[in-house]
Design a binder for this molecule. Sequence first.
Ligand SMILES: [Mn+2]
Length: 378
Amino acid sequence: MRFLHIADLHIGKVLHRHSLLPDQKYILQQILQIAKEQKADAVLIAGDVYQRNSPSPEAMTLFSNFLTELASLSCPCYIISGNHDSPERIAYLSPLAEQSGIHIAGINAGTVYTYPVKDIYGELNIHLLSYCTPAHVRQKYPEYADQIRSYEDAVRIVLREHPVDNSVRNVLVCHQFLTGAQTCDSEELAIGGLDNISASLFHDYDYVALGHLHGRQFVSRETIRYAGSPLKYSFSELTQKKTVTLVDCCEKGHIEINEIPLLPMHGMQELTGTLSGLLQHDKTEDYIHALLTDEEPPADAVRQLRTVFPNLLQTTVRNSKIREDRTVTTDTLPEQTDFLKLFSEFYAFQNNGAEPNGRQKQIISALLEQIDREVISE
Ligand SMILES: [Mn+2]
């Protein structure tokens, strides 16, 4: 049985106010092409189909077209909902989709849906478990409610209540945060990092197709893995390679894994330099984060940069005034009340020791006098 494992499509994602829908259409087309070329027996989508729980009509149309094309290839698809998805919206029309080989486990959080399939090696069970929280599982299993204090407890109970037949091969599709996995900026994890669970919960499964984290990786063993998002969804993913995971489940105990690279419509780069330096760059359609090092960047720097980088998404000024390692402490409050002197010290701190010039001092003095007057008159 040959699976194409993908996850975290985040259809409808907007990056720095730029819609990625055309990029997503492009990459989904590539995924269809890979499914066709590799003769995949099924596609597994491990959650976060959409960016928002109320996806836009355009996002829904894109996904609908993707599924329709998969069905026309007679390639079954198994889908779970992630933390970004609305389970009900993901499962919309699922009894009808089922008839075309599109299997969607949306509603009833904390429920494992099992689909038995067969190939030349025998039986294989595909288990779908959508994203679930301790609250979902307490509701599903009120008799164990007081035992469910963490995500780990929640997933342990769900899997315990759904034992697998270990004489056959078992594949689990799920969307959770595994302890020890590498994170990046575009994921939305629970605040405080309390949502992680141990890979040891998956002991009974031959392959675990994970979604949630956007960097492709395996956790604990090669067969417990995140496919990663198909596109870079933040500048923190600059150096990540995006792939789809091709999984060959041969006889029990024998799994082969290959990662097939995805080629995006736009590259992504972070460029550091002065405005005049960056303007020397060859024109590129890549998504750009420009880090300007000018001490006084002109007000229209972004407009100028766009002539070379039409897809400039972010501009950050990183000069001596904006050093990240500067900390101001207030352990010792100044005794003095000469505010002009205090301001001059602050100015020097911000400007590599340079004093404010005469004109600047005049402006500050005038402002200080005005403040004094207003405080007195109150
Ligand atoms: Mn995600």
